[in-house]
Write a protein that binds this ligand. Structure first.
Ligand code: V47
Length: 382
């Protein structure tokens, strides 16, 4: 394509976005062409982001809990999983799980993000019991737990319908679902990286069922491994289609592949340019998803800060006990203090706003740090 053709095409896309039009598959693939100025795309995505969220940069105070790493699946991108008899395998005891809840409570966390492996021998009640025990002991902490992959596993274990499983988990204390397990939907890629686990249709069916019973969920895309631009845009369009039907996604998190200690360790990690392009393209394609999260653990702090000017309006939380990325070679710290996370948002020229998991503003008295109140929903204009 000549530079004049690129300019014309970009102008056409800018006009569409500014007039509230929708980008299509070809537009998305074009935006991934490295000849198309990253800054021009970023500027447009930033415009869109400011239309939706103004100047705010959202964060929360959260912790991760991965109760077991033992998993029946062998996803090629995963460094966290373990075989049943591998010395690296672990299963947390009830006492350890409750101690994690206590630590979260003592540190003012509003959210526990709970995901793990699909253990060969543990039954559904063990997974359900984790929610039940934590919710009984710390009812004020929102439990964002179990990806669609786990829900499919629970469907298999219990022989109940997806909606019945989700309703039962909600009764036990589930507050919402994280966006993991989506990877890349297209079978040309999915069959190469995680052939056995929930396919695209199942992942979408489970999130749709969650939305229909009133649970909010997040969505993700794992990029920078064996996929091409076409597969990424196809993935985003499938998410956009479900969001048109249900409106149940809160935030999209593009996840950059970390190759260390995985079966794909021969691949290179995506560059910061690719990370920023993916944040920007996601903001432009997913015109109906309120928030785009620049997950600092995975992007690194510098790129996550820059992403706040390339379409992202959220940086995830202070985080503690993250294992999935750190096992795969992430060099980011394991935790940020509230001051650090606020400072990095301020440095990026945004106004830091603490939110809870379902995007309500959190009000805290600095002297009573472990208690908080939630206020109005955050501003969104999608
Ligand atoms: O599904 C696993 C990805 C996901 C690697 O909903 C990897 O708020 C890169 O979904 N390199 C789990 N990615 C994490 C996740 C998530 C994270 C933060 C916030 C939220 C949310 C969700 O991590 C997996 C997979 O796509 N993943 N291994 C790896 N080596």
């Amino acid at each position: 394509m000549s530079s004049l053709q690129i300019k014309d095409r970009l102008k056409n896309i800018r006009d569409k976005v500014e007039q509230g039009g929708r980008l299509n598959l070809d537009d998305g693939i074009f935006l991934y062409d490295p000849q198309v100025s990253l800054h021009a795309i970023g500027e447009l995505a930033n415009w869109k982001r400011e239309q939706i969220s103004g100047n705010v940069g959202y964060y929360n105070i959260n912790t991760h809990l991965n109760p077991t790493n033992v998993c029946v699946y062998r996803c090629r991108f995963c460094a966290f999983r373990s075989d049943l008899r591998d010395p690296k395998g672990y299963v947390m005891s009830d006492e350890q799980i409750i101690a994690r809840g206590q630590e979260a409570y003592d540190n003012g966390c509003t959210e526990m993000h709970i995901v793990g492996g699909l253990h060969h021998k543990l039954g559904y009640d063990w997974y359900r019991g984790i929610l039940e025990k934590l919710h009984a002991a710390f009812p004020q902490i929102h439990l964002k737990g179990w990806t669609a992959v786990e829900i499919e596993w629970f469907e298999f274990l219990t022989k109940k319908s997806v909606k019945d499983v989700l309703s039962d988990l909600r009764e036990a204390g589930l507050g919402s679902m994280p966006g993991g397990g989506a990877e890349i939907f297209h079978p040309e890629v999915r069959d190469q990286i995680c052939e056995h686990k929930a396919n695209a249709t199942k992942w979408i069916e489970i999130h749709q069922a969650a939305h229909e019973i009133g649970l909010k969920t997040n969505c993700t895309m794992l990029y920078g491994h064996v996929e091409q631009a076409y597969h990424r845009i196809d993935h985003l369009l499938r998410l956009r289609e479900l969001q048109d039907k249900t409106g149940g996604f809160q935030t999209f998190i593009p996840l950059a592949f970390h190759p260390e200690n995985t079966k794909l360790s021969h691949l290179k990690k995506p560059s910061a340019l690719m990370d920023l392009r993916t944040v920007a393209v996601s903001r432009l394609m997913l015109d109906n998803v309120p928030h785009i999260k620049a997950y600092w653990i995975m992007l690194g702090i510098g790129t996550a800060q820059a992403a706040l000017a390339y379409g992202a309006d959220d940086i995830d939380g202070t985080v503690r006990h993250e294992l999935i990325y750190h096992d795969a070679g992430a060099t980011t710290p394991e935790i940020l203090s509230v001051d650090q996370i606020r400072q990095l948002i301020i440095e990026a020229g945004r106004e830091p706003v603490e939110r809870d998991t379902v995007y309500r503003r959190v009000h805290r008295d600095p002297d009573q740090y472990t208690t908080w109140s939630v206020g109005e929903d955050v501003l969104v204009n999608v």
